[in-house]
Design a protein around this ligand. Structure first.
Ligand SMILES: O=C(O)CCC(=O)C(=O)O
Length: 254
């Protein structure tokens, strides 16, 4: 274990505000593999950083970020199953309640799919074209089982496709019935800059670059935390031949 004490400084790349995060807010844990902090998206560190090395999980504001949980072969396999989902339930651009289409294209698998239009956000049992959502493939269920820490299985796998200009504004995931169950998020393809906030809108945020194969668990204090994706690094990964990012979010709905 490598440990020291003192503040850790992180500069949020978008708003250019240098923030101080207490060392206990970041438990960077790393086992067996070596990884520069920059690769985790944590930048501008003071020497006196507290680092604990015992698990391959970065814990930031309660968000558990399992770095590179999925190897390249597993990522490729997931891209294949996501293509099958999109074949059965074609992607669409949901409208926001503010009257603008989202820049992220979406579809879902599971009993419920996530939907948004001028009336608001909701889970629906069928695709806007009328068909039922396809089942959540076992390869995706396995990820939930390995990181969620709960027995109950998810009922929705939202599939987000990010093109070059796509982003997702800061929001809370609060359309589910029970917040004791975490949200599990899987990143594939180009890197995405995830912004992490608190449980109320506004205030300080931290950001972390998510890479292909990273899996984030939003549970406990992070379950209702605001988060969003500021931008992607288009072309940073070779996983998707045409570039872009896929994000899967798994949720227990009712
Ligand atoms: O794309 C991501 O990493 C986050 C997705 C997300 O926040 C959501 O689907 O609610």
């Amino acid at each position: 274990m490598l440990r020291s004490s003192g503040p850790l400084w992180h500069q949020n790349p978008d708003d250019d505000v240098t923030q101080s995060i207490s060392p206990s807010a970041v438990r960077w844990v790393y086992k067996e593999r070596k990884c520069p902090l920059q690769a985790l998206g944590v930048r501008y560190l003071r020497e006196s950083l507290s680092i604990e090395v015992h698990m391959s999980v970065l814990k930031l504001r309660g968000f558990e970020i399992h770095k590179e949980l999925l190897n390249y072969a597993a990522q490729k396999e997931l891209v294949k199953v996501v293509r099958e989902i999109a074949k059965a339930a074609p992607v669409f651009s949901p409208m926001t309640p503010y009257g603008k289409p989202m820049t992220v294209k979406m579809t879902s698998a599971g009993t419920y799919g996530w939907y948004s239009d001028a009336k608001g956000y909701e889970y629906r049992r069928s695709h806007p074209k009328g068909m039922a959502w396809p089942e959540i493939p076992p390869q995706i269920m396995n990820i939930w089982q390995s990181v969620s820490g709960v027995q109950r299985m998810p009922e929705c796998c939202l599939v987000n496709f990010y093109g070059q200009e796509a982003r997702m504004g800061m929001h809370q995931d609060n359309d589910e019935a029970n917040f004791d169950f975490p949200v599990v998020s899987v990143s594939l393809g180009d890197e995405g800059l995830l912004r992490l906030g608190g449980t109320t809108r506004g205030g300080k945020t931290d950001s972390v670059w998510l890479q292909s194969g990273d899996v984030v668990v939003m549970g406990g204090e992070a379950r209702l935390a605001y988060h969003g994706v500021d931008r992607i690094r288009f072309g940073s990964s070779s996983l998707l031949p045409k570039g872009g990012r896929i994000n899967l979010t798994l949720r227990v709905v009712d």
